[in-house]
Ligand binder design. Structure first.
Ligand code: 5CA
Ligand code: ZN
Length: 419
């Protein structure tokens, strides 16, 4: 339970990749959020954490604005990189996925990230994906090569409210380059368009496969997210999110598949987080330059300092994790904690509106932290509402909850609620 705050926050505005502007992320009744989840073979690095903390902030803003939220995240628990890692290390791909998924969820919980209502694994959706691909085949929007099945970009554009480039705004040479880099197969003979993405991969020796209406095989990547979003959320989503490494081809085609299948856009707003680097390169499993959340926690780092380090960066910037950044966050946490234990002043929060204002403007967490720094450094004791605001909106609990859950609880709730 998040503490209640005085008044109500505004509807957040966040940056929309297709239109390149800030748009109001205004839910229709319930906020629907789909964020691309992990491929569980080397979890959880600071890059993942930063992406999920960004959408955690968005959820907190929706709750503060009085909306209910429905949040879904997939787990890509069968895919080439996972299978390759399992083969290389001689473990069963299922155990690798299960173990890394478990570790990821524990790390998220430690970081105070509000969990999705549904975590959906690709392997739980095989039948639904096969049915969806079957429908695309029947309508001439998909075609086979041998027993694999591809999405026909041109046919989809002709028959649905979607066209290639709608989300990413990229030119074709750039698309071709990214497609090849990020799991696509532009060179495959027989494709109608080099950029047509794989919907279904037929069974291969030594690879997992499932018996379906399409024969034996496994889902392609983009159709996984498209089908999970359709199954668990109302379309269009309020926001579809993920790291900026997913803009093309993944999100472009997840949106394309969804439009072709439903006639509806996947989302009203497509949001992307910047990428976290370490030692000069994007932090990634394939490069191996990882800072794992579990390693930091294991070495005794306070999870709140990790969270503060992430929040000190704007979610849309690419940034680099450094020891200095963590040290600064630890100092900030120490200053804030000293302030929080310096007694209580009466009255309402002096920082609540400053935090709200910063966050509803494209999740400006650095400015929100500065709004807390000012009184925390000045030294006058915080009001109860200050700590509640930091807890509810930034996910940082400064006071020991046992210390504040006293006899005056109902009085305090009432006071905070009515301001
Ligand atoms: N399973 C797919 C999405 S369907 C996937 O991209 N998995 S992942 O494990 O590689 O990444 C999980 C999430 O973290 C994605 O939203 C991805 O965009 C994001 N992410 C990955 N690396 C970074 C990074 N270095 N910085 C910020 N976000 C990242
Ligand atoms: Zn995805």
């Amino acid at each position: 339970m998040l503490p209640r705050l005085a008044g109500q926050g505004a509807v957040p505005r966040i940056y929309d990749t297709p239109t390149r502007q800030l748009l109001e992320a205004r839910p229709i009744d319930v906020a629907g959020l789909y964020v691309c989840g992990i491929t569980p073979y080397d979890a959880t690095h600071i890059g993942h954490a930063a992406t999920y903390i960004a959408y955690d902030t968005l959820i907190r803003l929706w709750l503060d604005a009085g909306y209910r939220v429905r949040y879904v995240q997939n787990t890509t628990d069968v895919d080439d990189p996972l299978l390759e890692r399992a083969a290389a290390t001689g473990v069963d791909w299922r155990s690798l996925a299960a173990e890394q998924t478990e570790l990821f969820r524990r790390d998220m919980e430690s970081l105070g990230v509000i969990p999705p209502d549904h975590y959906v694994a690709a392997t739980e959706m095989i039948e639904q994906v096969a049915d969806a691909v079957r429908r695309l085949l029947d309508r001439g929007i998909a075609y086979p090569i041998d027993h694999d099945i591809y999405f026909d970009i041109a046919a989809a554009a002709a028959s649905s409210p979607w066209h290639l480039g709608q989300e990413s705004n990229l030119d074709r040479p750039t698309m071709l380059e990214l497609f090849a880099e990020r799991g696509g197969d532009p060179e495959r003979p027989g494709k109608r368009d080099a950029l047509d993405p794989l919907l279904w991969r037929s069974a291969r020796a030594g690879e997992p496969s499932w018996e379906t209406v399409l024969g034996a095989g496994r889902p392609g990547w983009h159709i996984e997210c498209s089908v999970i979003a359709q199954e668990f959320l109302d379309l269009p989503l309020t926001v579809n999110g993920g790291g900026s490494d997913l803009v093309f081809p993944h999100h472009e085609f997840s949106a394309g598949h969804t439009a072709a299948l439903t006639g509806k856009p996947l989302a009203n707003l497509y949001s992307h987080t910047g990428l976290v680097a370490y030692r000069g390169e994007k932090m990634s499993k394939s490069l191996g330059n990882l800072v794992l959340v579990s390693t930091l926690i294991g070495s005794g780092v306070d999870v709140r300092a990790i969270r503060l380090a992430v929040l000190s960066q704007h979610y849309r910037d690419d940034w680099e994790w450094t020891d200095d950044l963590l040290a600064e966050a630890q100092e900030r946490l120490a200053r804030w904690s000293a302030w929080a234990s310096s007694g209580r002043s009466a009255g309402t929060s002096s920082i609540l509106e400053g935090i709200r204002l910063a966050l509803v403007h494209d999740l400006d967490t650095p400015t929100a932290l500065a709004a807390v720094d000012a009184p925390a450094t000045r030294g006058s004791a915080p009001a109860e509402g200050d700590l509640a605001a930091i807890d509810a909106l930034l996910g940082i609990r400064l006071s020991d909850p046992r210390a504040t859950r006293g006899a005056d609880q109902s009085h305090r709730d009432k006071e905070m609620h009515h301001g």
